[in-house]
Design a binder for this molecule. Sequence first.
Ligand code: SF4
Length: 355
Amino acid sequence: MKEYTKITKAILHWYEKNARDLPWRHTHNPYKIWVSEIMLQQTQVSRVIVYYKRFLEKFPNIGTLAQAQWEDFLPVWRGLGFYSRGKNMLKTAKIIVQEHDGEFPTALESLPGIGPYTAAAMKSFAYGQSEPAIDTNLERIFQRYFGCSKKGVIPRAKALFSTNKKEAPSMNHALMDLGSEICKSRKVNCKQCPLHEDCYFLHSEQKEKWQQSLISGRIGKKVISKKIPMEVAVACIQKNGKYLIAKRRKEKGGNWEFPGGKREKGEDWRHCIKREVQEELGVEISARPHFFEETWEEGDYFWRLRFSRCQILSGQITLHEHTQIQWVLPSEFKKYSLPEANKKAITKLMKMKMS
Ligand code: SF4
């Protein structure tokens, strides 16, 4: 127990000086905490801040959200991706108002879209309960510090949180900040870490092995992610100085996008883009090598989007996945809310000469 008390003190002391000032850390309102936690699932903090404020201006409480339709909801969510989260929020708001008098029930996990992590975070941040919110950040820190397996994280987290129940919310925040700023998945800053004195990972041969594995996971300057790859070929189909964009069905978010889709295991990129466009629009295309690649990590996934300029070779456009298409000039892209992850590719596209 002595060791746990020492760790708690070190973490809380570090947090006092290094806490990130995030808008949802200034409230205990369960509704606002819930909104932030759902948005933070699979989305970076910096992006969530903007959406969170806008969302609460439009839907300041559970009552206003429960009255909303998908059409009202979509404009404030558009761009955050993973639209099933939004659908679950609308369902949850209605359930809370209709079945629980507007209050979140104790059985948070019975609500759509609330899993064990979100439930624990809400219990901690909204209700001040001594609940460790175990996410990948916390797991990584514990596994490194204690040198334990994934299974060993829960008992240790419980023991740690029992040393200072009152400070459990700060402990959760602190561990989140440590995981995102100091003890990252691919980079560690052990010198700045409050746990460096007794960290197993740092003082064993583990760190060296890990660094070696990172180095051997590199090709040139590019890092091969150990996360689950999500590779998407994106077709920028051009004709008469314009590019084709297509509107997704309402149940898939209803926003505009370039056609394309996920690369199958072992599939050639060019084959992938041709197959996807054939499946979505029913036309055969030619595709140039990609002119831009966007990559990022989100939760357990490593995303890679490759953008290629394409031309239709044969066939009539038939919509299988979309509700409408539009041929737009590069200068008109800004009128359409295309995905955030397309921004850099669009900027490149606008500078390229049409062929
Ligand atoms: S000392 Fe290094 S490896 Fe250990 S918990 Fe801190 S940052 Fe992570």
